[in-house]
Design a protein around this ligand. Structure first.
Ligand SMILES: NC(=O)CC[C@H](N)C(=O)O
Length: 427
């Protein structure tokens, strides 16, 4: 009996907690579930015919989570955030706003539909890594082109599974987002990985420049007719929208194209004067990764455009607009990441279930008079949308394009069309 219990402990992921000592040499390794393992490698386990724990997630609070690896191997540092979406892991993996972050999925079973090449939200996976409870051992979907593991390995993205995602989520909810290091390298000690996590920070880093396009391009793809749902939204009028790519998700572009817009996507550093010369009907400031305070050049660009042409900001775009209007942004405790966030539209009174992915928010009290809070997140009362009618500005902290997530907020694209129409008609 004792032997069986011991073996079970060996093949299960074990969690080791290091005390929060500032001095790594004083760290004492203790174990919650397996009292025999006090070193990184468990002797003999590598000879077993089944996969054994071969990866570690070391959090900056000193906790160490043993796991099994899939996708790429190596060592990677990032900020751990949890995402509560039940579906759409592929759109999440390709959302450039996750650059610098490890996404932990709270849904315990991931990978069952594999991946396809239609559901990508950008050309690349920019996230730091994926943390899941259980990886599906088979894939079953008519669109499946390959397995999640192969997809991540080809893109050099690390994944871990067989880790207690509920316990990590509770820790993040309690203590806030934490920096962590994922590693499959046995040669690195726990202390080295801990040191790495403690000497890295996502705050103040310009992550946009790493994900934005390098040259402008035209976008024409609409939402595939098979998936189109908002037939009333297509007014066919060809408004020219310039979209700043701070890490833009393709579905934002598809939804604008489905409304008949002609779209030019420009890099994050494209000068405002160049945009204004093109006389667009509207400018979209996209979603994007990281800290809005780390990209003052983008705030300056937004400032130069405000009041001259109707604008729509989404997520990072909303935060940059908030700053450009004179407001402040702040880092939230653990942010909002998922497809089930209730938001109240204060103008209509309607509640939308929305897709969200952000760690920063605009402080509404810091905004000047005339700027209206149009949407509120009903989970925590944070600002979820703004408008400044005098300057034809609208913005949302969340994702009207969903992908993944519910479509309740898709009407926002129609509102942007209306805003452009109003200005054009009155010009
Ligand atoms: N999706 C986004 O645009 C994210 C915005 C910003 N990077 C944040 O984490 O708050």
């Amino acid at each position: 009996m004792a032997t069986a219990a011991f073996n079970l402990a060996l093949i299960n992921p074990s969690t080791f907690i290091l005390p929060k000592s500032p001095n790594p040499t004083k760290l004492r390794v203790c174990t919650l579930r397996c009292s025999s393992a006090t070193t990184n490698a468990v002797p003999g386990l590598s000879e077993r015919p089944w996969k054994t724990s071969d990866a570690r997630l070391v959090l900056e609070d000193g906790s160490i989570w043993r796991a099994k690896s899939f996708g790429a191997s190596g060592t990677q540092v990032g900020e751990v955030v949890f995402n509560t979406s039940l579906t759409g892991y592929q759109e999440i993996l390709t959302d450039p706003s996750y650059a610098g972050q490890f996404v932990l999925m709270t849904n315990p079973h991931i990978g069952n539909t594999g991946v396809n090449f239609d559901d990508e939200e950008s050309k690349q996976c920019f996230l730091g890594g994926l943390v899941i409870r259980s990886i599906s051992i088979s894939t079953s979907n008519w669109r499946c082109a390959e397995t999640l593991g192969d997809y991540l390995a080809e893109r050099n993205i690390m994944g871990i599974y067989d880790v207690d995602t509920r316990a990590i989520t509770r820790r993040l909810r309690q203590d806030g987002s934490l920096v962590g290091v994922l590693s499959t390298e046995e040669s690195k000690t726990d202390e080295e990985l801990l040191e790495m996590s403690r000497s890295w920070d996502i705050v103040g880093v310009d992550l946009i420049s790493g994900v934005s396009c390098k040259e402008p391009y035209e976008w024409v793809d609409k939402t595939n007719s098979e998936w189109e749902f908002n037939y009333s939204g297509r007014d066919g009028e060809a408004f020219h929208v310039v979209a700043y790519d701070f890490g833009i998700k393709h579905n934002i572009l598809r939804r604008l194209a489905s409304h008949g817009c002609k779209i030019t996507v420009v890099p994050s550093t494209w000068p405002a004067s160049e945009i204004l010369k093109r006389k667009p009907d509207g400018v979209l400031f996209s979603n994007g990764p990281g800290d809005p305070s780390a990209v003052p050049y983008a705030v300056e660009t937004v400032k130069e455009i405000l009041g001259k042409v109707p604008v729509f900001g989404i997520c990072m775009g909303h935060q940059l607009l908030g700053q450009a209007l004179g407001g402040k942004t702040f880092k939230m405790k653990f942010g909002h990441h998922g497809g089930n966030h209730p938001v109240r539209n204060l103008r209509s009174g309607h509640v939308e279930i929305s897709a969200q992915n952000h760690n920063y928010a605009v402080d509404p009290a810091s905004l000047p008079e005339g700027v209206e809070v149009t949407h509120v997140n009903l989970n925590d009362g944070s600002c979820a949308g703004l408008a400044y009618p005098a300057q034809n500005i609208m913005s949302l902290q969340y994702h009207p394009e969903a992908s993944p997530g519910p479509r309740d907020s898709d009407y926002a694209f129609g509102e942007f069309i209306k805003l452009m129409k109003k200005v054009k008609v009155n010009a």
